[in-house]
Ligand binder design. Sequence first.
Ligand SMILES: NC(=O)c1ccc[n+]([C@@H]2O[C@H](COP(=O)([O-])OP(=O)(O)OC[C@H]3O[C@@H](n4cnc5c(N)ncnc54)[C@H](OP(=O)(O)O)[C@@H]3O)[C@@H](O)[C@H]2O)c1
Length: 272
Amino acid sequence: MVAALQAQRSGPAPVALVTGASRGIGRAIAEALAHRAHSVALVARRQDTVERAAQEIAERHGVATLGIAADLRQAPDCAAAVARCNAALGAPRILVHNAGTAPSARFEDNDDAVLEEALGLHVKASFRLLRAALPALRASGRGTVILMGSTAGLRGFPFTTAYCAAKHGMVGLARALAAEWARDRNLRVFVVCPGFVDTDITRDAARAVAAHGRKTVDEVLAAFAAQNRIGRLHRPDEVAAAVVRLIDARPPGTVLDLDSPDLDPANPQLEP
Ligand SMILES: NC(=O)c1ccc[n+]([C@@H]2O[C@H](COP(=O)([O-])OP(=O)(O)OC[C@H]3O[C@@H](n4cnc5c(N)ncnc54)[C@H](OP(=O)(O)O)[C@@H]3O)[C@@H](O)[C@H]2O)c1
């Protein structure tokens, strides 16, 4: 299902489509791109919140925005979201697939619904959005694809087997695309892998762990933060700043590990 158009102003700005943009990391990325004068299509399931986010960003940055309600676990919604962006704002030059959920469960409690949620939203939606947007990305001459991975796509964490498998799948997809597009100057792909970020996903996970254990929510959040090499939760705007640097500079490499001990934020070295 796609919401009504919320374009506020049109112009020759580059167009970005950002999924999971009603809050958290995606919202911060949409803000950062609007700040750099991009037109932005924001996608999420809830129509009211995604339209409000689009409206607020348009007003704050004076760019055209579009709020699209879509459930990206559904194949038709992926194609429809790209089609709405094309029709209302123009063909996207930037695709950021960031929408995500992080169900946590012991391995033996993962049923097919959990698997479908994780693989459908992170892996299958990546394929489907990319397939729909690829002609426009390539034709733009500077198409950039950002997949929102996770350190759970690079390492293993307990009680998140479906999520870890899906995030590893996104990293594999990005590496394979980078190899396939190695000679194509018109297309670049990156997968960005943050550690724990201060968003609803992290706070929901902390509440779930606290409900089943002896720690308070704050103690669980502190334990999450301690797993990040910087010793605190990342902020969404820090992840967004890294994404914008990739879009601007298109550095060599594919995988950006935001929790790497060697990371120089001003000059990040990407893994192949
Ligand atoms: N937070 C972390 O610690 C962390 C760390 C590493 C990676 N990540 C990744 O970063 C991405 C964003 O996470 P976040 O922390 O910003 O989460 P968040 O604050 O919970 O935001 C998730 C966004 O995705 C949307 N969404 C969820 N399911 C969707 C669906 N089926 N179709 C379309 N949109 C959907 C949500 O809106 P609706 O609910 O309205 O659909 C919302 O806009 C995810 O891919 C996550 O795996 C997060």
